[in-house]
Write a protein that binds this ligand. Structure first.
Ligand code: SAM
Length: 280
């Protein structure tokens, strides 16, 4: 059933009540538009009974939307005041849904436990840590199957990019290790309070059915990816010499993996990096 979601007046009142001045450091831009909240929930195809992890619930805009869709929500919030207020807000606006909400007052990057059942991530991520948060959750929780997150537009396009795209980079390859990604719609900066300096984009992901490889292979792959993109303009033979000791050892490994040492990192796809990691 429809809940009362948070609009500009409710957000302002809550911020005043808590004496919260949104901080840039924590990426605190709160959604003040119920249509956007319902759109995110719709894009995420949240079903009744789904267990949804929400990173950074803030004042509860999206949390209420997820509860409206009859999900169970585990909300991880680093800001003590916001974490303390959230159950109260939900108790007031949606008392019958309060039993489906668990609030965890913690840095999302330090979360090591989640429900054991399959979970989905639906969040308006704190922008300064959006990629680390995504990679941390995907790496730490095999139960995380899919999700939809709102991130800074530039970051979202980079995550979903493939070789040949101008914004293809290390985050694109690392994200691809875990599954398939696509952008799922732009979001105007005007639906936030305070209004940020950047526009946003929705990004959807589905984890691959089988892991791409074990933890050792993942680490080796990511090390190669970091080295290859750290020096974007250099050939792989040069850029990967830090990993292999010297350019000629790098060239030997690249050739063994069937990759021309004169290519650049941005010309390789995940499969190439994985093959190289396997021979390295
Ligand atoms: N979901 C809310 C909304 O849509 O209005 C707020 C989103 S706001 C962009 C990001 C939220 O993440 C803020 O509430 C902030 O306090 C929280 N946050 C920032 N860094 C965090 C971290 N490392 N772990 C958990 N929460 C964090």
């Amino acid at each position: 059933s429809e809940l009362r979601l948070l609009g500009p007046a409710e957000i302002r009142d809550l911020a005043e009540l808590l004496d919260v001045t949104p901080t840039k450091k924590l990426g605190q831009n709160f959604v003040i538009d119920a249509n956007t909240v319902r759109r995110i929930v719709r894009v995420a195809e949240v079903e009744p009974g789904d267990i949804v992890v929400e990173v950074g619930p803030g004042l509860g805009s999206l949390t209420l939307g997820l509860l409206e869709a009859d999900a169970r929500v585990v909300a991880v919030e680093i800001d003590r005041r916001l974490a303390a207020q959230l159950p109260i807000t939900v108790e007031q606006l949606a008392p019958s849904a309060a039993g489906r909400l668990t609030v965890v007052h913690q840095d999302a990057l330090a979360v090591t436990e989640l429900p054991e059942q399959p979970v989905r991530l639906v969040a308006n991520l704190p922008y300064n840590v959006s990629v680390p948060v995504l990679l941390h959750f995907l790496e730490t929780f095999p139960t995380l199957r899919s999700g939809v997150v709102m991130v800074q537009a530039e970051v979202g396009h980079r995550i979903a990019a493939g070789p040949g795209s101008k914004v293809y980079g290390a985050p694109s390859v690392k994200a691809a290790w875990y599954g398939d990604w696509r952008t799922a719609g732009n979001v105007s900066r005007q639906i936030f309070w305070p209004v940020p300096n950047v526009d946003s984009v929705l990004v959807a992901f589905d984890r691959r059915a089988e892991p791409r490889g074990d933890e050792a292979l993942r680490r080796r792959t990511f090390t190669l990816v970091d080295a290859a993109f750290q020096q974007r303009r250099k050939t792989l033979r040069q850029a990967l010499s830090v990993v292999f000791g010297d350019p000629s050892s790098a060239a030997t490994a690249l050739e063994a993996a069937g990759i021309s040492p004169s290519l650049r990192g941005e010309q390789l796809q995940l499969d190439d990096f994985v093959r190289l990691a396997a021979v390295a």
